[in-house]
Design a protein. Structure first.
Ligand code: TXA
Ligand code: MG
Length: 324
């Protein structure tokens, strides 16, 4: 992709900021990241303090392409190479054995490291420009304060970190939820965090046997993605019954449902959920922030269908509800 002059100017500004050890807001196809040079320990520490993130929660390192992987990872198994070839650039993070001397801060001193090559053209252009300056990768967690909703547009990042942070504006994130994370250190791929790439596509490859049960990913918490309002998940019937009980006097609250919901309550903020799980993923985090802006204290959300295609959305909703 050819980037226009303005984006190009911002890109070189971003490369210089990163080279100086500063943080940059980075658009990716999944969510916006808060990026630092992965090999600059002081810069990586700034990410933890800006986010308020515990130091034992490892960060994902973003690289331009698979050729940069061996700078950070060793003993990369064939099936991981196959996953890179098939899904990179794209919304897939691979957990690999770390090169011992590299990126101790982003990896939270684990002997593994999470690597991902994003497909967003601005992220890709920035990573290539960084590589040309000797910056091999960018550590970047989602650009939100610890435990809060991930940002899916540049405005969300400015809302989180204020106007002083340089944020590259790459528009709305086309995927909208974070990458699928796959542990590649156990002899076969194991999905640690569901995302846009379905679990079945990853775990039922022809080169390996599925493994179970899942190990835990440090930093994957039950409660996460919390808007300020309390989130509750309910099936359509319970949701309708509860609204009927509240009647006209329901407090200022949000409802996000696929089914047709009726209520005469004046303070109710109703938003319909799309039928396609990918459409829901794309708008979900912006939608939670939108409800917060409307000042509701409570968001009732219709539980998604019990189907594999909804796994990633269900995962994010459960974590948002667990924070309540
Ligand atoms: O789509 C995404 O993955 C976004 C964009 C910005 O790339 N990034 C993102 O980063 O979601 P973050 O920090 O919010 O989530 C990273 C998660 C950690 O919470 C942790 O569970 C897992 O990745 N992780 C990172 N390194 C790991 C490692 N070495 N072992 C196990 N899990 C790891
Ligand atoms: Mg996050």
């Amino acid at each position: 992709m050819i980037l226009d002059g303005k984006v190009q100017a911002h890109l070189s500004q971003a490369v210089h900021a990163l080279a100086r050890g500063e943080l940059v807001g980075l658009p990716t196809e999944t969510v916006y990241g808060l990026a630092a040079d992965a090999c600059n320990d002081d810069a990586a520490r700034k990410i933890y303090s800006a986010k308020g993130r515990p130091a034992d929660h490892p960060l994902i390192v973003h690289i331009a392409d698979a050729s940069q992987a061996s700078h950070f990872a060793r003993d990369i198994p064939d099936f991981a190479q196959a996953l890179m070839a098939r899904y990179w650039p794209g919304p897939l993070t691979l957990i690999l054995h770390r090169q011992p001397a590299v990126a101790p801060v982003p990896s939270a001193a684990q002997d593994t490291i999470g690597l991902r090559s994003p497909s967003h053209p601005v992220a890709h252009a920035l990573l290539q420009a960084c590589a040309a300056q000797g910056i091999h990768g960018l550590a970047a967690p989602s650009a939100n304060r610890f435990g809060r909703v991930s940002p899916t547009c540049a405005r969300h990042v400015a809302d989180e970190f204020g106007p002083d942070l340089l944020v590259l504006d790459g528009g709305d994130c086309p995927v909208g939820i974070e990458s699928t994370i796959v542990d590649c250190t156990r002899g076969a791929p194991v999905v640690l965090r569901p995302g846009d790439i379905p679990r079945s596509d990853i775990e039922t490859g022809s080169h390996w046997q599925p493994l179970g049960p899942e190990p835990s990913a440090p930093g994957t918490l039950k409660a996460h993605y919390a808007p300020h309002a309390k989130v509750r998940l309910m099936d359509a019937k319970s949701l309708q019954t509860a609204l009927d009980v509240l009647g006209d006097d329901a407090p200022a609250m949000g409802v996000y449902a696929r089914s047709r919901i009726h209520s005469s309550a004046k303070k109710l903020v109703l938003r319909s959920m799309p039928d396609d799980p990918r459409d829901v993923a794309r708008e979900l985090f912006a939608c939670l922030r939108w409800f917060d802006k409307r000042g509701v204290r409570l968001i009732w959300i219709e539980t998604p269908p019990d189907d594999a295609s909804w796994e990633a959305v269900h995962d994010r909703l459960q974590r948002a509800a667990a924070s309540a």
